[in-house]
Design a protein around this ligand. Structure first.
Ligand code: NDP
Length: 256
């Protein structure tokens, strides 16, 4: 199997880019940033629950491009469900016959969940629902995409796992979030080991001004100094274009 290239990229070429959690926050800013680097004939697949926000984003993205230069699919689904994940895979499969240079999958959707001490987590159904969105959906979606776009010479395949410093650092009452992020980090490290033709990056975007931070403040009372989403998106896009990170790496916004 050919090993993935580490050559610098000028842009993403003719690309199919799938972004989960694209309706708000970092995912929405990523859709704006990535679309600017995609050549005519590219496809962007945006997934989240809020259909109206996705459609508004689609209009924003297409208004800055020539007509037909970028196909945008909005997939309004709950990724915590099997039907939701399957629907994203179905939409992507319908585009699989086009001739792409690049597949870019950004596993971004996530939730903070309940911030509580270990001994409070007695409800198996709630635990499974949390892990379903925050771990299983990213794994099943990535597996579905790998089947839809088998690796071949000339196809640059990149998967981003949007991670967190909490994948590395345990903190009291952050049990659900930390557990999901560390599980994802491990699954994506294993993908990097298993698939030398797929470039895998776990990216920790830094504290950003989003709804998730509002939820953190609501549950802890703590506010952090926050980045704007576009600042972190710029950093991620530069990492992807430089393309010289080792596959499976876990990189943080603040890392040199
Ligand atoms: P937001 O809460 O602002 O956005 C989360 C996105 O995920 C939304 O688009 C939301 O859309 C979508 N989403 C949530 N639940 C579901 C679901 N069940 N099915 C489908 N989509 C869903 O989060 P951020 O933008 O802040 O976070 C983005 C990523 O960055 C996450 O992985 C987060 O863990 C990580 N991160 C964030 C930090 C921060 O400071 N904000 C710091 C470090 C990491 P909708 O509601 O429409 O479904």
């Amino acid at each position: 199997m050919p090993h993935v290239s580490s050559k610098n990229l000028r842009n993403f070429g003719r690309c199919i880019c799938i972004i989960t959690g694209a309706s708000k926050g970092f995912g929405r800013a990523m859709a704006h940033g990535a679309s600017r680097l995609m050549n005519p004939g590219s496809v962007l697949v945006l997934a989240a629950r809020s259909g109206p926000l996705l459609h508004q984003l689609k209009e924003e993205l297409q208004s800055s491009k020539e007509k037909d230069a970028l196909t945008v699919h909005c997939v309004a689904v709950d990724l915590a469900t099997e039907e939701g994940v399957n629907e994203v895979v179905r939409v992507v499969r319908e585009e699989a016959d086009r001739d792409f240079d690049h597949v870019l999958l950004v596993n971004n959707a996530a939730s903070l969940g309940e911030m509580s001490k270990f001994s409070s987590f007695t409800n198996l159904e709630k635990l499974n629902a949390y892990m379903s969105l925050n771990v299983s959906s990213a794994v099943a979606l990535t597996a579905g995409m790998l089947q839809a776009f088998p690796c071949r010479p000339g196809l640059l395949w990149i998967v981003v796992n949007v991670s967190s410093t909490f994948a590395l650092n345990p903190a009291q009452k952050w049990g659900l979030y930390c557990t999901a992020k560390v599980a994802r980090k491990m699954m994506f490290s294993i993908l990097a080991e298993e698939e030398p033709s797929v470039k895998v990056l776990s990216y920790s975007p830094g504290p950003m001004d989003t709804d998730m931070q509002k939820d953190i403040k609501r549950q802890t009372g703590i506010s952090y100094p926050l980045l704007q989403c576009w600042e972190s998106v710029d950093r991620l896009l530069n990492l992807l274009l430089d393309n010289n990170f080792p596959s499976g790496a876990h990189l943080d916004f603040f890392e040199e």
